[in-house]
Design a protein around this ligand. Structure first.
Ligand code: PLP
Length: 422
């Protein structure tokens, strides 16, 4: 990078920093006022939370696991930053720094360990492509991994001869540790699990898996696309080496936002596949590219800073409501889904009844899953997600902070009606 370009970038960043500080103040001032949470009458509070989402009232939305709607404060913040940046025609990359601090707090990490990427798939792929692996080195992950978690490894199988060892996730979460242990060999280099599995919402015993990997010097990568924003956790407490998530699911961030975490002392072990401005320094050509020592090395080129600021706002939005409260609400609604559906004669619940997740996957012997999914949508405007993975042939229901008990009751009544007439 030439000196002039660097000077320009620094000046542009300084301008944008001024913008951050001012805009943060105004965002705090505009924070939605929610009623005090009253345990004896919680629906008043949750109804005010629902009012913060422009999500259509014509739709009963149970697909946060696919894509989470953003709230009005998030959309307003992203629009405001877009406007401010356009007024000066600035890229605003320096605005990432405020969001990075917020995200670090949210996932229990340092800001130097975080890179903003476009989605969870990209974060998973950076780790899969960047770790130094030789042909025959083995990677363990579950058969229920989402394509965003499995394809990056399938690609490394093709490109580098990495060997994939798969385990069927157990519904009793603690069995998963034994299933992983059974696959370990001296060639095991990486263990990856979904924090919460996408097809059926199983929560993996991540603390125990992290311990196992640490004891054996195995890299532990956690795919948290379904966990970040569903319940609180700390990556430092878990002790994984790397972590990926989407901002546009349970966190309620803008589309095309994702986060990659790599434990500080291990950043050096993940070679970046794509680099450019921000990843490092190269004063003169020819010369040696010096990568920055932080996870910033995985960011490059012009990005949509407004979306990343919007993701920070999504975190603030959840914090204002209370992360533990959101987790408890999602679980409570999932319990209502599970017990309501379990009462229907032909229904089989694939998610463990006590799984501490906010997802429930079910199927019925009376009607193919794709027809059940389509009927719920077409006749009742209830949006779930069909689960075709591993021939599970089921329907998934995600329950999040904007959903209500009344919506769950409508889902159960609609399912009962559809199945009665099937
Ligand atoms: C476990 C898991 N990993 C990765 C992904 C891919 O997410 P994204 O579309 O943000 O890349 C998903 C999406 O559902 C997922 O459930």
């Amino acid at each position: 990078m030439s000196l002039d370009r660097r000077t320009f970038l620094r000046r542009a960043s300084l301008g944008a920093v001024g913008l951050t500080a001012g805009a943060q103040l105004s965002a705090a001032d505009r924070a939605p006022t929610l009623p005090t949470f009253d345990e004896r009458a919680p629906e008043k509070f949750w109804s005010a939370v629902r009012d913060q989402f422009p999500l259509s009232r014509q739709l009963t939305y149970f697909n946060t696991g696919g894509l989470g709607p953003a709230s009005t404060p998030v959309l307003a913040r992203a629009a405001e930053i877009t406007r401010q940046l356009q007024e000066k025609s600035e890229h605003g990359h320096a605005l990432h720094e405020g969001a990075r601090e917020i995200l670090a707090r949210f996932i229990g990490a340092e800001s130097a360990e975080i890179a903003f990427v476009r989605n969870a798939t990209e974060a998973n792929a950076i780790v899969a492509a960047g770790l130094k692996l030789a042909p025959g080195d083995e990677v363990i992950f579950e058969t229920h991994a989402h394509p965003g978690g499995s394809f990056p490894w399938a690609n490394q199988e093709k490109l580098r001869g990495v060997v994939l060892k798969l385990f069927e996730p157990a519904t009793d979460s603690s069995d998963n540790l034994a299933r992983i242990t059974a696959l370990l060999t001296p060639r095991t280099r990486v263990v990856q699990v979904s924090h919460v599995t996408a097809p059926t919402g199983i929560v993996m015993p991540v603390d125990a898996i992290a311990r196992l990997c640490r004891e054996r010097g195995i890299w532990f990568h956690l795919d948290g696309a379904q966990s970040a924003g569903m319940f609180p956790f700390s990556l430092h407490a878990i002790g994984c080496d790397s972590f990926a998530t989407s901002g546009h699911k349970w966190m309620g961030g803008p589309l095309e936002t994702g986060v990659l975490f790599i434990r500080r002392e291990r950043i050096i072990e993940v070679a970046p596949t794509l680099v450019g401005a921000y990843s490092g320094e190269l004063d003169f050509l020819p010369g040696e590219l010096k990568l920055v020592s932080t996870a910033l090395r995985y960011e490059y080129g012009t990005r949509n800073a407004a979306a990343i600021v919007g993701l920070g706002e999504a975190v603030l939005f959840q914090e204002r409501i209370g992360r533990a409260r959101i987790a408890a609400r999602g679980r409570e609604l999932a319990t209502r889904v599970r017990s309501g559906l379990a009462r229907l004669p032909s229904v089989e619940i694939l998610t463990p009844m006590d799984a501490p997740s906010a997802m429930t996957t079910f199927r019925s012997a009376k009607l193919p899953y794709d027809q059940l999914f389509a009927r719920l949508m077409k006749d009742h405007a209830i949006r779930c997600r069909p689960v075709s993975e591993q021939k599970l042939n089921a329907v998934r229901v995600s329950t999040h902070l904007f959903n209500s008990p009344a919506e769950i009751d409508a889902l159960i009544a609609a399912t009962e009606k559809i199945l009665r007439n099937a």
